[in-house]
Design a protein around this ligand. Structure first.
Ligand code: NAP
Length: 232
């Protein structure tokens, strides 16, 4: 087992649960958590960094010559300043740019700095939390244009970087993950009719199973919590 650390970006509800689950696994590597928050789960090494601060990301990457895995759990759907759009009239360009920045540009920047830190000659993974609603072919309802478009763009980033990764790190895979509907503040106003709502710990357990079940042949794709492939 490698002693190179697992690097987790984001200490939101699902991110924390995934880090805690990794920390509890027997023989697991050390866990480093990068977050804007003042604390990280007990047992993790805490890096208080905003992923928008690219020089800070570059400095962190210098201190971590190798990582065994990379997990990006950041993302946004609503804040006090914006909410998912019901109609095209609701589109606010500034809000759309912010959702795009958080959901696509931040993960892309993290991948830029930390995909090269995966080992070149042993199996390793990188994964980012995306969302099923980022699937263009699955979009039958409309609405939520900023969130949908930003997650579709993230899925394209994942596909694009997976191709480059395969050339330099043939044993690594980079995948997107849909965590299901999870009881967190992010989904709280919108999960009324969801048939199943997971706790963050339940979703984390599912997502770790999906990560462990993937190989480099799966790289570049989006998978749901139950392992199902989600078409782009
Ligand atoms: N909950 C669901 O039902 C559901 C369903 C589908 C997909 N997802 C996806 O799962 C991921 C995690 O969701 P969650 O429910 O765990 O949400 P959450 O508890 O609200 O966590 C949000 C995470 O995103 C980061 N973040 C939010 N705004 C940011 C900003 N402006 N700049 C930098 N970082 C920011 C936070 O970083 P800090 O750690 O620095 O605070 C936090 O780690 C998201 O990508 C979401 O789209 C969730």
């Amino acid at each position: 087992m490698s002693t190179a650390p697992l690097l987790v970006f984001g200490a939101g509800h699902i991110g924390r649960a995934m880090a805690q689950s990794a920390l509890a696994a027997p023989g697991a590597p050390p866990v480093h958590v990068v977050t804007r928050q003042p604390d990280a789960p007990d047992g993790a090494t805490h890096h208080r960094i905003d992923a928008a601060d690219e020089p800070a990301l570059a400095a962190l990457a210098k201190t971590l010559p190798e990582i065994s895995g990379l997990l990006i759990t950041t993302g946004t759907l609503h804040t006090e300043a914006y909410a998912p759009e019901k109609t095209l009239k609701a589109l606010d360009p500034q809000a759309m740019a912010e959702v795009y920045r958080v959901n696509c540009i931040l993960p892309a920047t993290i991948l830029k700095h930390f995909l090269p830190r995966l080992p070149r000659n042993t199996p390793a993974f990188a994964a980012a939390l995306s969302a099923r609603v980022g699937s263009i072919s699955d979009n039958a309802l409309g609405g939520w244009v900023s969130y949908r478009a930003s997650k579709a763009a993230l899925n394209q980033v994942i596909r694009t970087f997976s191709i480059e990764l395969a050339r330099t790190h043939p044993q690594a895979r980079l995948i997107g993950l849909h965590p299901g509907t999870v009881a967190t503040p992010l989904s709280q106003p919108y999960r009324g009719t969801a048939p199943t709502v997971f706790t963050p710990a339940e979703s984390a357990a599912h997502l770790w199973r999906v990560i462990e079940g993937t190989t480099p042949e799966h790289s570049g794709n989006l998978f749901a919590w139950d392992g199902q492939h989600i078409a782009p």
